[in-house]
Design a protein around this ligand. Structure first.
Ligand code: CP3
Length: 346
């Protein structure tokens, strides 16, 4: 039994005494405690060191008082386990040394099955076990993965892309090749999330960060079927699944029907309108513009009240930002956000 299970209850659309809140990228560079860890080790090394992963994961629980913890890791960890070499530049941002451009490169990938996942990424289950011990049932732990289309974007573009020209070139000139890659990634993600659920996470989130670069038809062909394959394929054991995508207000109905329990919203859409469009079955997560946290608490309060009001009093809302917290956010403002959400929703 968890001491605070409001996050899980909200995922299931059960009533809660207040609206639970967590923050995407809640353990990150805006915290001096995080920067102190990162002074000692590189980002990838940090992700692979369970003691440091547990330390980082717990920071926002202790400092901000959020209602859920999220495994400290990165969406590109399983891509590395498929055999691609990834590095993080000190400026921030992942880079693949040999981005995928040919069919033979796809054939050269090695899909980790259940046992290979554990062998190649032993630090994931080890970290989850350490985190659960340190959390001592205070709040639930969220596991996560990138969604297939977003992972394929990184694998083909080789870095964070502005125009998505490489993946779209493949999409429009060699669609079968992209489908083959997406299928292999979906299988990898299924085993990756199964491993996290088996190790004890309480919920999982799929990040489809770049789905918003697609037209609705292309979303239906290249992103949604693989999200659905993952959702159908994982052994959920009662874990709620959150599907987050960025810049996808035109795709909300599809996300609502994907089989996800919760749809994560960016800030470009009114949460009240989103609720009408995704229907009653799913809960909603979001959706404050991360830049609101640059402003003082009175301004944050006004925006929080507006979002809570638009969602309405019914169950099924998890408060969050519409995308990750920015590195130059004042920690006091993140702390104020958590307090304000709790106060205003009681
Ligand atoms: O939410 C959390 O606190 C959990 C940890 C987490 C990280 N990345 C840590 C991280 C999660 C859930 C992610 C997901 C992730 N990673 C996404 C999807 C979410 C989103 O932002 O849309 C994406 C696209 C990535 C890939 C990635 N990792 C990028 C583009 C970058 C560079 C940009 C940046 O913010 O630095 C990273 C690096 C990264 N991932 C950092 C952290 C804390 C910063 C690393 C550092 O210390 O330098």
């Amino acid at each position: 039994m968890l001491k605070n299970d409001t996050f899980l209850r909200a995922c299931r659309k059960e009533p809660t005494d207040f609206t639970p809140v967590w923050i995407m990228r809640q353990a990150g560079r805006y915290m001096k405690e995080y920067r102190a860890i990162r002074k000692r080790v590189g980002f990838l090394e940090m992700c692979k060191t369970p003691e440091l992963v547990a330390e980082a994961t717990l920071l926002p629980i202790d400092i901000l008082g959020v209602d859920a913890a999220i495994l400290f890791s990165d969406i590109l960890i399983p891509v590395e386990a498929m055999g691609m070499e990834v590095c993080f530049t000190e400026k921030g941002g992942p880079v693949f040394l040999n981005p995928i451009r040919t069919e033979s490169q796809i054939q050269g990938l090695s899909i980790p099955g259940p046992s290979e996942s554990k062998e190649r990424m032993p630090f994931i289950a080890d970290s989850i076990r350490l985190i659960l011990r340190a959390l001592d049932k205070r709040v639930p732990l969220i596991g996560f993965s990138g969604a297939p289309f977003t992972l394929a974007t990184y694998m083909i573009e080789g870095e964070t892309s502005k125009n998505f020209t490489w993946i779209k070139r493949v999409m429009y000139t060699e669609p079968a090749l992209l489908h083959n890659l997406l299928d292999q990634i979906a299988i990898t993600v299924i085993h990756y999330l199964d491993m996290q659920i088996e190790a004890g996470v309480h919920a999982v989130q799929l990040f489809d960060t770049w789905a918003g670069s697609l037209s609705p038809d292309d979303y239906k062909e290249f992103a949604l079927p693989y999200v659905e394959k993952v959702i159908r394929g994982i052994d959920r054991r009662g874990c709620p699944l959150i599907l987050f995508a960025n810049g996808v207000s035109s795709l909300l109905e599809y996300m609502g029907n994907s089989g996800a329990d919760v749809v994560g919203l960016d800030w470009r859409i009114d949460i009240g309108d989103a609720g009408k469009r995704v229907g009653d079955r799913v809960a909603l997560q979001g959706n404050l513009d991360p830049c609101v946290l640059y402003a003082e608490p009175s301004v944050i309060r006004r925006h929080v009240k507006s979002i809570l009001g638009k969602h309405g009093r019914g169950p099924g809302h998890i408060f969050n930002l519409g995308h990750g917290i920015l590195p130059d956010t004042p920690v006091d403002h993140a702390k104020a956000l958590v307090e304000i959400v709790h106060e205003e929703s009681k």
